[in-house]
Design a protein around this ligand. Structure first.
Ligand SMILES: [Zn+2]
Length: 171
């Protein structure tokens, strides 16, 4: 960000709260950079795990837990329910927070909820090509991404951990 979103003045680097940040010399606006939360679901129905096949990068073509960005006017646990409905047409009921995954300089962090599918007919939304439930023995065996994109590698490891956690719980 080079110009102030409040008044249009060019931003200057200044120390605020312990580090250099872009600051507006005219109105005092400070540009804080923070990771953006993404809500994900480890959603199950009768012992099977819900995954969607991704149509978008990162990890285009991979099977992944459904989820997405949190809107400003909603709680994270409401965002995961809304995103799951949009992506799969299924109704998700949150049971517990499973984990939070974060890594410096990625710009995002994942908040993962465990819960159950309580209704709806599966149908892929705009950013998924397929919606499927997998029994532990039929889970997709996915290869790590081949490119150099660090975000993609990290996202792959998060997805892997969510799937492995489901596998462990099924034993
Ligand atoms: Zn300003």
């Amino acid at each position: 960000m080079r110009f102030c979103p409040e008044c249009g003045t060019r931003l200057h680097q200044r120390e605020v709260a312990g580090r250099e940040r872009p600051v507006c010399p005219a109105c005092g606006f400070v540009h804080y950079r923070n990771p953006v939360p993404i809500a994900l679901a480890q959603a199950t129905l009768e012992g099977r795990l819900l995954l969607v096949r991704r149509l978008c990068t990162p990890l285009r073509g991979y099977w992944a837990p459904p989820g997405g960005y949190v809107e400003y006017d909603e709680a994270v646990e409401d965002a995961v329910v809304r995103e799951l409905k949009e992506e799969t047409n299924l109704d998700f009921q949150v049971e517990e927070l499973l984990n939070v995954y974060s890594r410096p300089n990625t710009g995002i962090l994942f908040v993962v909820y465990r819960g159950r599918i309580v209704g709806g007919d599966p149908k892929p939304g705009d950013d998924a090509s397929a919606v499927e439930f997998f029994a532990p023995e039929t889970l997709p065996n996915q290869k790590p991404p081949s490119g150099a994109d660090q975000l993609e590698h990290w996202a792959f490891s998060v997805i892997w951990e969510i799937i492995e956690d489901f596998r462990r719980r099924s034993r």
